[in-house]
Ligand binder design. Structure first.
Ligand SMILES: Nc1nc2c(ncn2[C@@H]2O[C@H](COP(=O)(O)OP(=O)(O)OP(=O)(O)O)[C@@H](O)[C@H]2O)c(=O)[nH]1
Ligand SMILES: [Mg+2]
Length: 328
């Protein structure tokens, strides 16, 4: 996953402590006799501390993905979660500090050579480095916080995607299990406590992704706050179609009229093609509603292959009409 390689971001104090400790350790055991060797020792301390700080800061920036190249889905989710502008600002402050400290350590090495007291000049250099570090303290904390949130995002690939929707208990998980075989990966999705399940399957050597987003597409949209709505619309960046499952036996506990209302809302909020299927055809209570495209039973597998064929055809059409799906 794109955010997984971001390491923990240390605080300013931690980095300063590490850099200064290493700098002193490099000197311990070395005999300092006279002005020349004191100068060399202090020079080397400044260079060591400067390099450690500037390299560590540069690495922090390097390990964050470039937001301009981020797939649209992740860009939008990152924006809702932590704010891409704020991320950019903090990364650019960190980058600035890395360069500034590098410059400063070179300048101070020159100063040490000219100075009466190389120790005093070295201490001054350490003071300047520490103050640059403390000026980016809040940026580093913010980046670490962002990192912790972003790395928990589910692994959503840029594969043609089927988003499964419908009220609870209509058979979404059963359908997913049938077409993706193995149990799907369940990952947390920050906008819903129930997480998201993601499965994959192959047809004619093409890979497809199936997503069930419990808690997002299984209850009326009017119950949603803005963040949840955005989390839903972020899905539009994927090349995707929606499979809306109705339980036409009403054994799920929701009457068909309520289920239809949710379907209308999903239609209004998504600009994606929707395939409507009526599930649980094996049950005697089943009554086919007038608005369905296909009838299935995940219990007897009736109609399931036809649904998959239809979805794949819809995805192929999607691809034709929007060849590039990533721009945000
Ligand atoms: N008879 C019958 N039962 C079904 C069928 N499909 C699903 N069920 C049953 O309906 C119940 C709910 O199925 P799930 O697949 O868990 O439904 P879901 O939509 O994932 O439910 P949530 O995860 O709660 O949103 C289970 O007890 C299934 O065994 C079907 O075609 N026929
Ligand atoms: Mg389920």
């Amino acid at each position: 996953m794109i955010f997984e390689k971001i390491h923990t971001v240390p605080t300013s104090d931690e980095l300063v402590g590490k850099a200064f400790r290493r700098a002193s350790r490099a000197m311990s055991g070395k005999q300092i006799t006279g002005r020349e060797s004191a100068m060399k020792a202090n020079e080397s301390m400044v260079l060591t501390a400067g390099n450690i700080l500037s390299d560590n800061l540069a690495n922090i920036v390097r390990r964050f993905p470039s937001f301009d190249e981020l797939p649209g889905f992740y860009y939008e989710i990152a924006d809702i979660l932590v704010g891409v502008d704020k991320l950019r600002q903090s990364l650019s402050s960190t980058d600035w500090a890395s360069k500034k400290i590098h410059e400063l350590s070179r300048e101070f090495v020159m100063n040490i050579r000219k100075s009466d007291s190389s120790m005093k000049t070295r201490k001054e250099a350490f003071g300047r480095m520490a103050s640059i570090m403390s000026s980016i303290d809040s940026d580093l904390r913010f980046l670490n916080d962002a990192r912790n949130q972003l790395r928990k995002l589910p692994d959503v690939r840029e594969e043609p995607t089927i988003v499964v929707a419908g009220y609870p208990n209509v058979g979404k998980s059963s359908f997913m299990a049938l077409i993706t075989g193995a149990r799907p990966e369940v990952a947390s999705y920050p906008f819903t406590t129930k997480g998201v399940s993601i499965g994959h399957f192959e047809r004619n050597n093409d890979r497809y992704q199936v997503m069930d987003t419990p808690g997002l597409l299984d209850r009326p949209m009017s119950d949603r706050n803005d963040v949840e709505l955005q989390a839903i619309t972020a899905l539009k960046h994927l090349e995707s179609v929606v499979l809306f499952i109705l339980d036409a036996s009403e054994t799920c506990g929701y009457v068909i009229d309520d289920q239809k209302r949710l379907l209308d809302e999903v239609r209004e909020n998504f600009e994606l093609p929707i395939l409507v299927v009526a599930n649980k055809a094996d049950l005697p209570q089943f009554q086919e509603p007038d608005i369905v495209d296909l009838v299935i039973s995940t219990e007897t597998k009736q109609g399931v292959d036809a649904v998959v064929d239809q979805l794949i055809e819809m995805l192929a059409k999607e691809k034709e009409s929007s060849p590039s799906v990533t721009p945000c």
